[in-house]
Design a protein around this ligand. Structure first.
Ligand code: GLP
Length: 255
């Protein structure tokens, strides 16, 4: 796992966007895993400025979606992805996939999503944010470490966190579809981004804590190609922060 700590949140987004833009230009990223939430926003903002025309021909798969919200609801991830990612980045809407939380047959929709990812050749780079509980996608604590795309029940803490996007917490759906932890682990590369003090504990648990389903992001310790980009606040509870800074400054060319 490569842990990179920048002096401010803008540099975090810029570095991550550079990585994606370069990968797309070189043809190494043909399928991008996209995340919603505030964490990846600086990546998308920087990517817009880079104007990478090849983005128009990649495929993208979102991590998750609420169950029971119509696509037209402004906070459905279908709408959020269209507004914050597909449109601004110039992705081809017909190649952007979001789990179907409005499906009549949710079990089938989950299986179809797994099939579509596989048919696209798998995800080359998955962008991840992290919840304060250590969740990735909507894989809440105690999610099976081998889980696949499925319906999940959101915790009260996640619903309270996400209430800021709705008029009240009662309007936040209780269920979601999320790529499973096993699904996420099949991405060839993973890029986790976190900013702010509110993420410091989850980040420390994910990177330096034990591997446990109580912190789903700790499973990333088992993935061979993970880059974590942090601002100083998100990195503030890392015991080995100075080491990570030195590793990055002195990185051998082979890395
Ligand atoms: C939601 C999303 C996650 C996201 C998390 C953190 O639960 N399903 O994918 O990582 O929130 O969101 P934010 O980046 O807004 O803090």
């Amino acid at each position: 796992m490569q842990v990179i700590i920048f002096d401010n949140a803008d540099d975090v987004g810029e570095y991550a966007a550079d990585m994606i833009s370069r990968g797309v230009e070189l043809g190494e990223i043909k399928v991008l895993g996209i995340a919603t939430g505030s964490s990846p926003q600086p990546i998308y903002n920087s990517l817009v400025k880079k104007r990478t025309p090849q983005l128009g021909s990649i495929s993208a798969f979102a991590l998750d979606e609420y169950v029971g919200l119509p696509y037209s609801h402004p906070e459905s991830y279908h709408a959020v992805v269209q507004r914050e990612v597909t449109g601004p980045l110039g992705l081809d809407p017909s190649r952007v996939h979001v789990p179907d939380g409005a499906a009549q047959d949710i079990v089938r929709a989950c299986a179809d999503y797994e099939r579509d990812i596989a048919a696209a050749g798998g995800i080359d780079l998955q962008i991840l944010g992290i919840g304060a509980s250590g969740h990735i996608g909507f894989n809440e604590p105690t999610s099976s470490l081998a889980s696949r795309t499925r319906i999940k029940t959101l915790t009260d803490a996640t619903r309270a966190d996400n209430a800021r996007f709705f008029d009240s917490v009662d309007e936040v759906p209780r269920h979601c579809i999320t790529q499973g932890l096993g699904t996420i682990m099949e991405a060839k590369n993973i890029l986790l981004i976190a900013q702010g003090k509110g993420k410091a504990h989850a980040i420390a648990q994910a990177i330096e804590g034990p591997l446990t389903s109580m912190c789903p992001a700790s499973l990333l310790q088992m993935h061979p190609r993970v880059t974590v980009v942090l601002d100083p606040e998100a990195a503030s509870e890392l015991r080995l922060a100075d080491y990570y800074r030195r590793v990055f400054e002195d990185r051998p060319t082979e890395q």
